[in-house]
Design a protein. Structure first.
Ligand SMILES: [Fe+2]
Length: 261
């Protein structure tokens, strides 16, 4: 490893080594998160990107070979920090909600990786290392594609319901799911309107309901989801607090069904 960086070429090689560490740390994180993820589609996405990341590591090693330099992994603190932050957040996150935390960390990682490759490509081109630039462009394209997939899944679960059913779920988590599902189907808003309430706030979970005239907007805000919907006045919905376990299960299944295209 370089003690000091005295030339642009040394900076490039140092940053290429940081990218190698970045990808190795990302691979370790992706493998760990596959066990934590709840949704099969998220597990699959993480597994696919882990395989792509193995290829990216090999491509960076080829860059060193093309530059006639030995493979040298420089420090990279960013992915380690994202992984540590994600791990700490997962520890205090209810089992039903972990996918949202995983997707947040994954999207943050993908954006960082893209910035790293963009800078490396600029400098590889500037020093006339066209083959190295080509390899780095291929790695950047992989990150852009992975980032788009992560973002699409994050948007999908944010709209259709972040929570997934879990066994032995806490009462608080159950209430959170009920509130989220109720907002998704507009049930709380309908219940508020049915009661003639033009400005009501539900206490279960974090559901807030406002309404007037023929329509009402129901919005739910929590650490991991925001859902907005419009329902007809006089709907047949039920207040979140009135769901029993059977109704809860039915709502969860409905929400899960919506989540799957
Ligand atoms: Fe990546």
């Amino acid at each position: 490893m370089f003690e000091r960086l005295n030339t642009p070429e040394q900076i490039f090689s140092f940053k290429l080594g940081s990218a190698l560490t970045m990808e190795r740390d990302t691979l370790a994180m992706l493998v760990d998160l596959q066990d934590e993820a709840r949704r099969p589609e998220l597990k699959q996405l993480l597994a696919e990107h882990a395989e792509e990341t193995r290829q990216q590591i090999s491509m960076i090693e080829q860059c060193f070979a093309l530059l006639d330099e030995k493979v040298d992994a420089s420090p990279c603190a960013v992915v380690k920090a994202i992984a540590a932050e994600g791990k700490a957040t997962l520890k205090k996150t209810d089992d039903s909600l972990v996918d949202a935390v995983i997707l947040a960390g994954a999207l943050e990682t993908e954006h960082h990786e893209q910035a790293v490759y963009e800078t490396l490509i600029i400098h590889a081109r500037a020093r006339g290392a066209a083959s190295v630039a080509g390899i780095l462009e291929a790695n950047l394209a992989v990150e852009q594609s992975a980032g788009a997939k992560v973002k699409a899944l994050a948007e999908q679960i944010a709209v259709s319901g972040v929570a997934v059913p879990t066994e032995g779920m806490s009462r608080g988590a159950k209430a959170g799911i009920v509130a989220g599902v109720a907002a998704t189907v507009g049930a709380a808003a309908a219940a508020a309107l049915k009661a003639g309430d033009h400005h009501a706030t539900e206490t279960a979970g974090t559901t807030t309901v406002t309404g007037s005239g023929a329509t009402a907007a129901g919005s739910t805000s929590s650490a991991t989801s925001t859902t907005t919907g419009t329902v007809p006045a006089g709907g047949t919905g039920t207040s979140a607090e009135e769901f029993n376990d059977d109704a809860l299960q039915a709502r969860i299944e409905e929400s899960e069904h919506r989540a799957r295209p």
